[in-house]
Every structure is written in structure tokens, then in C-alpha cells.
Design a protein around this ligand. Structure first.
Ligand code: TXA
Ligand code: MG
Length: 341
């Protein structure tokens, strides 16, 4: 199958929407990462998404809407806290998990009785969903286990020949997937996957915000988790990745002891001159948590293209958006985390 790259024009969006209505899987931009979309209510279309990604059948898909009125038919009820969160953070990078109705087939929900709903902020995503006229189920557009795609070229690299089309909406602004939450009770939110909507921001709407322990911990096989995605290997580039905790002097001292052929430091912008002076091959991934979120998935792909064999990543903070970056990096590193100093 030839995979076409479609441009952000009314005509090509209408064509992508037609493919969705016909039960095809189509690559689509969102503000977080690219997704592999399909008609959420069509089990055959959903099967194509699982097959193209190589995704385990028990890992549910997020259902995307483009109008606030469109989530009521998909969930059993909308509790007042969920309504407040939606009004504050939608459209945007927040996925809210609630008990589903039969409008969401079991296969879409990975066999669970709940569904995650998200109203993306990206104008091209909204235009596509509206033109399709159906809720759109979409996991991230990478092959299962690879870094998430943050532009159409990344998605093409993973999906060429597997899907009919990818709608190009430019590079993703956020660069990390949405914050996934569930409601523990009428006033409490639990973060199952951190993202651009931070626990601190959720706290402005919910009385209690808990970050699920699995977000920062290693989940071993066989553990019962609240979100199936927590237990799978994720975001792994070809290179071995090690996360290095510590301040700049300690990071540099550690890197000086670990240089070698194919070894790279994925570092903060301010580390670059010092790395270069010390003869350490390096790639900067930003000087703020937001910049690092936007850059690190594409940096991992770039380092693979350079033939890196081992990438040492300077660990970001674990508050604000840094928590989302840290959560992805410990998984990319297969939990290989060292403390320098
Ligand atoms: O930003 C995003 O969320 C992107 C874009 C395309 O919207 N989508 C995305 O989907 O990241 P995916 O499938 O790669 O990750 C969804 C995560 C998985 O870890 C999955 O296990 C979890 O959300 N999830 C989805 N529905 C769930 C549910 N009903 N209960 C628990 N976890 C759920
Ligand atoms: Mg994913």
C-alpha cells in the first residue's frame, strides 16, 4: 500500500475524512504528537489501527472529539468535576477516563469498561474530526515501542506501506502525549500519565490531585496497573539510553568518564560549550521543560539516524512539564537511571 502525505488544505482534509468514514486508518496531527486515527465506532477500522501499530489488544485507544457536546453519548455520565476539567482544559492535551457506553466498542477500549476522551487543540485535528463526523480513536502514530512521532516525516518512517495516508499539520507544539487522568471521587483526580497539563494546573480545579506511583516507578511484568500502557516498553530508540541525574558539574564529570565511539550526551543547552570543550559528542534538547518536551522524541530519532550506540540523557526536573519528560525518558531508558555525584 502506498502511504500518501496529505497537505493541510480543505480538499485534502476532506479526503482524509472520507478515508476515516470508509473505515481506514489515517495519520493525523495533534498538538501533542501525531496520532493514528480511525472511526472509534467501527471495530474493523480499530483492528487496522492495532495491526498497523503492532499494539497489544488490551491497550485501549483514546477517543477524540471536536465539540464539547460530543462526549456525552460516549460516557455513562459526566460528573461535575469532569465537566469543570473539560471546561478549563479543553480543547487541549488532557484525556479524561470515564465509564463508557456501548457507543464505544469493547475493542476500542481494549476490553475495559472505561474510555479516555480528549478534545485536541490542533486546528487540523479539529477540522478532520468535524469533517469525518464521527469520534476518532487515535493512539500515538508510532509503531508500538518506538518514540512517538512529532512530525509527519517521523510518522511516515514508522507507517510507510501500512496505512493509506498521513495528514501533515506541521510539527507538534507540545511534543509529549496528553495528560491521562481518572477521577478517584467527586473531588479527586489521579494522573495516570503526566503531560502538558501539569498536576499543579489540575490542582486549580480539583481539591486533590494524586500522581499514580506507576508514573515514576518501574512497572514489572504481571503487575496490575490502572492504565494498560503503563506496563509496556515504550519510546525506545535503537540506541541504549541511560538517564543521568545530577547538576551540571556532576553530569560533565560523569560524561568525561563515559565517552567513546557512538556515545552521545543529550544535554541541556547550557551544557553544550562545556561538553564540546571536553570533547564529548552532544546534542542539546532545550533549556526549559517545555522546550525539552517538544524536542526529546525527535532528538532520540535524530541520534538513531546518527548511529548513536549509547545516549546519556541529562535528567530533567520532575515537577511541572518536566514530570512528563522524565516519565517518557525513564521508559526510553528501560529504567537505566544513574546518579552522578
Ligand atoms: O496526546 C495523546 O494522548 C496522543 C494523541 C494522538 O492524542 N495519543 C496517545 O495515545 O498518546 P496512546 O494510545 O499512545 O496512549 C494512550 C495511553 C495508553 O497508555 C493507554 O493505556 C491509556 O492512555 N489509556 C487509554 N484509555 C484508557 C482507559 N480507558 N483506562 C486506562 N488507561 C487508558
Ligand atoms: Mg503511545
Amino acid at each position: 500500500m502506498e502511504t500518501k502525505i496529505l497537505q493541510n488544505t480543505d480538499r485534502e482534509i476532506a479526503y482524509a475524512a472520507e478515508l476515516l468514514r470508509q473505515g481506514e486508518a489515517v495519520g493525523m496531527p495533534t498538538e501533542t504528537v501525531y496520532g493514528l486515527g480511525c472511526d472509534a465506532g467501527n471495530p474493523d477500522a480499530v483492528k487496522k489501527v492495532f495491526a498497523a501499530k503492532g499494539r497489544p489488544a488490551d491497550n485501549p485507544l483514546i477517543v477524540h472529539i471536536a465539540d464539547l457536546a460530543d462526549w456525552a453519548p460516549l460516557v455513562q455520565e459526566i460528573p461535575p468535576l469532569a465537566k469543570k476539567l473539560a471546561e478549563r482544559f479543553w480543547p487541549g492535551p488532557l484525556t479524561i477516563i470515564l465509564p463508557r457506553t456501548d457507543a464505544v466498542p469493547a475493542i476500542t477500549a481494549g476490553g475495559l469498561d472505561t474510555v479516555g476522551i480528549r478534545f485536541p487543540a490542533h486546528p487540523v485535528a479539529q477540522a478532520l474530526i468535524r469533517a469525518a463526523g464521527v469520534p476518532v480513536a487515535a493512539p500515538s502514530g508510532n509503531r508500538s515501542g518506538s518514540p512517538s512521532p512529532t512530525n509527519a516525516a517521523h510518522m511516515f518512517a514508522d507507517m510507510d506501506g501500512r496505512i493509506p495516508a498521513i495528514l501533515d499539520g506541521g510539527s507538534c507544539i507540545c511534543g509529549v502525549e496528553s495528560t491521562v487522568i481518572q477521577l478517584d471521587d467527586a473531588e479527586s483526580v489521579r494522573v495516570l500519565r503526566p503531560g502538558f497539563v501539569t498536576p499543579e494546573q489540575l490542582q486549580t480545579v480539583a481539591a486533590h490531585v494524586t500522581v499514580d506511583p506507576a508514573v515514576l516507578a518501574k512497572v514489572t511484568e504481571g503487575t496490575v496497573v490502572r492504565s494498560p500502557g503503563m506496563k509496556y516498553r515504550h519510546y525506545a530508540p535503537k540506541a541504549k539510553v541511560t538517564l543521568v541525574q545530577g547538576d551540571q558539574p556532576h553530569f560533565l564529570a560523569y560524561m568525561k568518564q563515559h565517552t567513546g565511539s557512538g556515545v552521545y550526551a543529550l544535554c541541556f543547552d547550557a551544557d553544550v560549550p562545556l561538553c564540546e570543550a571536553a570533547g564529548i559528542c552532544c546534542m542539546p534538547y532545550g533549556d526549559t521543560d517545555e522546550a525539552r518536551a517538544a524536542a526529546f522524541f525527535s532528538s532520540l530519532r535524530e541520534l538513531d539516524a546518527l548511529g548513536a550506540s549509547h545516549v546519556y540523557v541529562r535528567a530533567p526536573r520532575t515537577d511541572g512539564v518536566g514530570l512528563a519528560v522524565y516519565n517518557r525518558l525513564i521508559r526510553a531508558a528501560g529504567y537505566d537511571i544513574v546518579r552522578a555525584g
